[in-house]
Design a protein around this ligand. Structure first.
Ligand code: FEO
Length: 166
């Protein structure tokens, strides 16, 4: 069954959001790199790559269903952040917005009886649980560390391990 116009439009919006996420995380990576937090910088790089992967999953799906992909201009992300905590708080808030958007897309797919889209979105719904959890955990840890510089140093190293893996 070819993709419906409403789903195709919402899917294109979602591709835009995923690429916007990649752009945001790349900006955060640059901020961390410039403030001497190489671990967080590499974590954010890995996150940006993951977001590009999400955009590709949606792109492939639209193409596989005979739809057309329409890319739009991306707005510039913030050039800097007030602190490592502020950056991760912004990331956690951003993930909550992405989850809401995926859920709305699922609702639309249910209304349209588009089962293939629902199957694709199941993966994203599970993925968002993980993404929200991870960013929330990092925010909690950074709040706990506060202004303790050696704590921040150790935590940055820990974040760097994910960057290497991803
Ligand atoms: Fe692709 Fe982090 O949502």
């Amino acid at each position: 069954m070819q993709i419906g116009k409403a789903i195709q439009g919402a899917m294109n919006d979602q591709i835009h959001k995923e690429l916007e996420s990649a752009y945001l995380y790349l900006a955060m990576s640059a901020y961390f790199s410039g403030t001497n937090h190489p671990g967080a910088a590499s974590w954010m790089r890995a996150q940006a790559r993951e977001e590009v992967g999400h955009a590709m999953k949606f792109t492939d799906f639209v193409e596989d269903r005979g739809g057309s992909v329409a890319l739009r201009a991306l707005a510039a992300p913030p050039a800097t952040f007030a602190s490592p905590l502020a950056a991760f708080e912004a990331a956690a808030e951003h993930e909550a917005v992405v989850s809401a958007s995926i859920n709305a897309l699922f609702e639309l797919a249910s209304k349209e009886k588009d089962y293939a889209t629902q199957a694709l979105l199941q993966w994203f719904i599970t993925e968002q649980v993980e993404e929200e959890k991870t960013s929330r955990q990092i925010v909690d840890t950074l709040r706990l560390i506060g202004t303790n510089t050696s704590g921040l140093y150790m935590f940055d190293r820990e974040l760097g391990r994910r960057g290497q893996a991803g």
